[in-house]
Design a protein around this ligand. Sequence first.
Ligand SMILES: Nc1ncnc2c1ncn2[C@@H]1O[C@H](COP(=O)(O)OP(=O)(O)OP(=O)(O)O)[C@@H](O)[C@H]1O
Ligand SMILES: [Mg+2]
Length: 319
Amino acid sequence: MPNFDVSVVGELNLDLIFHGLPPQLELDGEHLAEGLTVTLGSSSAIFAHNLALLGNKVGFSSAVGDDAFGEICLQRLGESGTDVSRVRRFPGKLSGVTAILPSGKKRYILTYPGTMFTMSYEDLDLDYIFGAKHFHVSSYFLQRALRPALPTLFRQTQEAGLSTSLDTNDDPEDLWAAADLDQVLKYVDVFLPNAHEACKIARTDNVHRAAKIMSEKVRLVVIKRGAHGALARRGSEVFSASAIPVDFVDAIGAGDSFDAGFLHRYIRGARIEDCLQFGNIAGALSATRAGGTAAFRDAEYRARFLKERLASPGATSFP
Ligand SMILES: Nc1ncnc2c1ncn2[C@@H]1O[C@H](COP(=O)(O)OP(=O)(O)OP(=O)(O)O)[C@@H](O)[C@H]1O
Ligand SMILES: [Mg+2]
């Protein structure tokens, strides 16, 4: 029996979210924020954290520096039940950190990558990674040292009998290198971009067309559409599910939470419709509190939210 439900390989950093900034930031001006949230950041870590709190055994492979930011990340992620024994600490290096400056409904995101650019294939414990049912990578474009080896790593995990998934997230260089991504997609069972990313990768501005193009390269493409919910395509079969209405706070980590909800059901053999629905519920839950993990960390609130949404008409009660 595998040790884990899901192995995650990716980046681990903190988010510093500055709330209540003036509408316009001026160069050389001193600006005051009304509030500050210091919370677990990075797509891979938010995904692992929330997946563990949905009831999965999660093994996390990553790297931090030997600084206080790295320690806080390890503590926060460990509190979710995620196994962090394979997070390497690189002496003399700084962990990554992200400053988020909300502006209206959008946000500026500034990331110092730190050790997220350092971890490579040679740093991974492959036996540990293969000891799971499923393998997931987030933030493809941020895994600078690991990226050249990702086709090999995905191929090896499939050969070891795991199902696989990938969420690219944004490309900070705006290049969307299709050729090297195609090499990875050959070994991906579930591809989970958002609408913007899917359109960029497929070189189109129509999300349905992007789904069709990507469905020719990957077994199952699942596209997150913010307040419009999500759609999926497997060959010529098309599926969609509406978002769950909520008191919206922010979308930080909503996509990673969606991935956690979707894959929670996918690895248990659920129908695509049910995976989409639970993905939307998990994404909506995340959107009700600041940052990507706050809503999941509140056990009582999380349980009540999931119970109520799963009890609504049309919802299924698959675990
Ligand atoms: N305003 C909203 N209302 C309800 N649900 C939402 C809302 N925004 C996002 N969601 C849920 O979260 C999912 C993911 O959102 P989104 O499309 O913003 O992903 P993303 O851009 O990948 O997010 P991330 O910033 O985490 O990478 C949506 O598919 C939906 O289920
Ligand atoms: Mg995303």
